[in-house]
Design a binder for this molecule. Structure first.
Ligand code: LHQ
Length: 259
């Protein structure tokens, strides 16, 4: 349910249930989580690229698994979130390596919000982002209530969540929800080029940068300045910093090792 391939330091992950627009069942949840845990552990992985197979990126939870007419115990969606979605969201945010998302088609419900949790989001111009939850009586999850409010502010966050109106990729880029909207036929090449460029970068410094920018949301300026001081101290002791400065002075391209 998740294709995984390591290419030039990039762990390429493709959600692969195209007949169901790559909606999440338990198997796909676990497969994705195992791969992101692997990215945490394996130093050969220096960036992650997440995309979807077929015409969609991800339609959120597989609602076929949730047919209330099939009987069974009362829904325990809190348990589903705690067991399946929340660990993956935390793993993406805490991974100190760049996570690039190539939104190749529709991203709905938790699928949209997993994309928004990634560090750099590129989307095909034909892609749409839909906070589909309100159509079925649910609330935005997979971190969406947090990321939308932060990214867009309350007016747009509330309107998207309450109406479930789709946002096309160009609008998403104009609103700052994503980094860039790209022509459909160039999306994957551009996403791979970006991911491999980042994977060849100073991974330790990039990881600390991610940590800092995420911390800014809740830190005061004083706390952030202290954190910059401490993390710059760490970055300044890396071999990649020494290489970066030497390469600059030698007028050549640096060869970063990631540490
Ligand atoms: C699907 C799905 C899908 C199954 C398309 N499931 N089959 C967390 C905690 C626990 C439980 C609940 O949920 C959550 C978080 C959530 O994510 S809630 C939100 C769940 N997602 C949705 O409500 C989105 C449902 N899908 C749609 O609204 C549409 O499919 C979108 C707008 C994504 C795409 O529309 P179209 O491009 O018109 O495609 P389609 O609707 O024809 O879908 C293609 C196929 O994929 C179709 O199957 P079929 O056999 O008829 O070809 C759909 O049934 C299937 N599919 N989403 N979530």
């Amino acid at each position: 349910t998740v294709l995984a391939e390591l290419q030039q330091g990039v762990l390429c992950l493709t959600l692969n249930r195209p007949d169901k627009l790559n909606s999440f069942n338990e198997e796909m949840h676990l497969a994705l989580r195992v791969q992101i845990e692997r990215a945490h552990e394996d130093p050969a992985i220096r960036a992650v690229l997440l995309t979807g197979a077929g015409r969609g990126f991800c339609a959120g939870q597989d609602l076929g698994d949730r047919d209330p007419r099939k009987g069974g115990p009362a829904p325990d969606l809190g348990h589903t979130l705690e067991t399946f979605y929340n660990p993956t969201l935390r793993l993406i945010r805490s991974l100190e390596k760049p996570v690039i998302c190539a939104v190749n088609g529709v991203a709905a419900g938790a699928g949209a919000n997993i994309a928004l949790a990634c560090d750099i989001v590129l989307a095909a111009q034909s892609a749409r982002f839909i906070q589909a939850f309100s159509k079925i009586g649910l609330i935005p999850d997979a971190g969406g209530s947090w990321s939308l409010a932060r990214i867009l502010g309350e007016p747009r966050a509330k309107a998207l969540a309450l109406t479930a109106e789709p946002v096309d990729a160009d609008t998403a880029a104009a609103w700052g929800m994503i980094w860039k909207a790209l022509p459909d036929d160039t999306l994957m090449d551009e996403a791979m080029a970006l991911a491999s460029r980042l994977a060849a970068g100073p991974t330790l410094g990039l990881g600390l940068t991610k940590r800092l920018i995420q911390a800014a949301a809740t830190n005061t300026l004083d706390e952030q300045l202290d954190m910059e001081r401490d993390l710059q101290q760490t970055a300044g002791r890396s071999a990649d910093y020494a290489e970066g400065v030497a390469a600059f002075l030698d007028k050549r391209k640096p060869e970063f090792k990631g540490a």
